[in-house]
Design a protein around this ligand. Structure first.
Ligand code: FMN
Length: 356
């Protein structure tokens, strides 16, 4: 069915199609439990405890699709193992001027420079407070554009206080390329106080939540090692790799077309190889001491399986959903189950890291 709808959706400006999709997700929320039962395979082989909740399967929704948390109820119907909303910032902000979302259809890729458009942490908390989701809900938090990096800790802490009570896990996002200076917070000297500050704010919650960190694919191996070591030192609960890339390799567009699109983060198929490399590198460094969630250019069950075998315990998807449609999460879970069975794995956890 999505094959019929997709050409029409792709005639619309990308952001208009996005808002339409989110509207449909919101309207479908009452039917979500029923749709979920139809789309999602029920198999104990894929179920695991992760980031303080039970993921019925390892296919998560990556941050950025449901920026404000209003569509999470409907999106849960698609059969995700978990849903991550955001990025949410302390202050409401409009994001960058439009247009700021572009499809490269032939390359199954997306470029975005949204710049954390969101209603702010208090409003987002209000939106998710009433959700009764059939899967864990993550809250991805970032720095407000108006806040200097020197004051970043307090900014993130404000989002923790507002959103923390209403989500199952939190994610520090320091890896989006569309907020000036944000990625500088990935430097260990800035990152360690930020993580510790966010942890202090989490400790103040009545019910403290697990904390993950999301990293960029554009880091060097040395940077990745330093971040993995820091994550272990700070006793984070997971690493999520990767966010979008500022690189433009893997696109079949001409240089002029690429320059015409302008700045932003690239996601989808061109990111597959790099995200896989980062997953493998981090998994080797972490040595199984910390859960790793792999994101970037995942579009079929073979790639999900490859990431699991390279040390990821779960994955997240975004861009492939735009190209393949809402049946994708359930299909990935079903096919992954088949691949695990074919290779004699009684449970997903038996396959994690077997290729390292
Ligand atoms: C339009 C768009 C908006 C995004 N917004 C966010 C965001 O707000 N926060 C974040 O952590 N990641 C964001 N991402 C990155 C995704 O969560 C994901 O890390 C990245 O797209 C790679 O996965 P994919 O290739 O499956 O899309 C965004 C991605 C896209 C395509």
């Amino acid at each position: 069915m999505y094959r019929l709808i997709r050409p029409v959706l792709f005639l619309l400006p990308a952001e208009t199609a996005h808002h339409l999709g989110m509207l449909v997700a919101r309207l479908c929320a009452p039917l979500a439990p029923l749709i979920r039962r139809i789309l999602m395979p029920s198999t104990p082989r894929l179920s695991q405890s992760l980031l303080g909740g039970i993921w019925a399967n390892p296919i998560g929704l990556a941050a950025g699709l449901d920026k404000d948390g209003r569509a999470a109820g409907g999106l849960a119907g698609l059969g995700f193992g978990a849903i991550e909303i955001g990025t949410i910032t302390a202050h409401a902000q409009p994001g960058n001027p439009k247009p700021r979302l572009f499809r490269a259809i032939k390359d199954q890729a997306i470029i975005n420079r949204f710049g954390f458009n969101n209603p702010g942490c208090e409003t987002a908390a209000g939106s998710v407070a009433h959700h009764q989701l059939p899967c864990p809900l993550g809250g991805n938090i970032g720095k407000s554009k108006i806040t200097d990096n020197a004051d970043a800790v307090a900014d993130y802490q404000q989002s923790v206080a507002a959103l923390g009570p209403h989500v199952d896990y939190l994610v520090i996002n320091v890896s989006s390329p569309n907020t000036p200076g944000l990625r500088d917070l990935q430097q260990i000297e800035a990152l360690e106080p930020l993580i510790r500050g966010v942890q202090a704010a989490i400790e103040k919650l009545k019910d403290p939540k697990p904390l993950a960190l999301k990293v960029a694919p554009d880091l060097t191996n040395e940077d990745l090692d330093a971040i993995a070591d820091l994550a272990l030192r700070c006793k984070l609960d997971a690493l999520i790799a990767t966010n979008t890339t500022i690189a433009r390799s893997g696109l079949s567009l001409s240089q002029t077309e690429i320059e015409g699109l302008g700045a932003g983060g690239l996601s989808g198929a061109p990111l597959t190889l790099r995200a896989r490399q980062v997953t493998e590198h981090l998994a080797r460094r972490l040595g199984g001491q910390l859960p790793l969630i792999s994101v970037g250019g995942i579009g079929d069950a073979d790639e999900v399986y490859a990431r699991i075998r390279l040390g990821a315990c779960a994955v997240q998807i975004y861009s492939a959903l735009i190209f393949a449609g809402p049946g994708l999460p359930g299909r990935l879970a079903k096919e992954l189950d088949g691949l695990l069975e074919r290779d004699g794995f009684a449970h997903l956890s038996d396959a994690i890291g077997v290729d390292l």
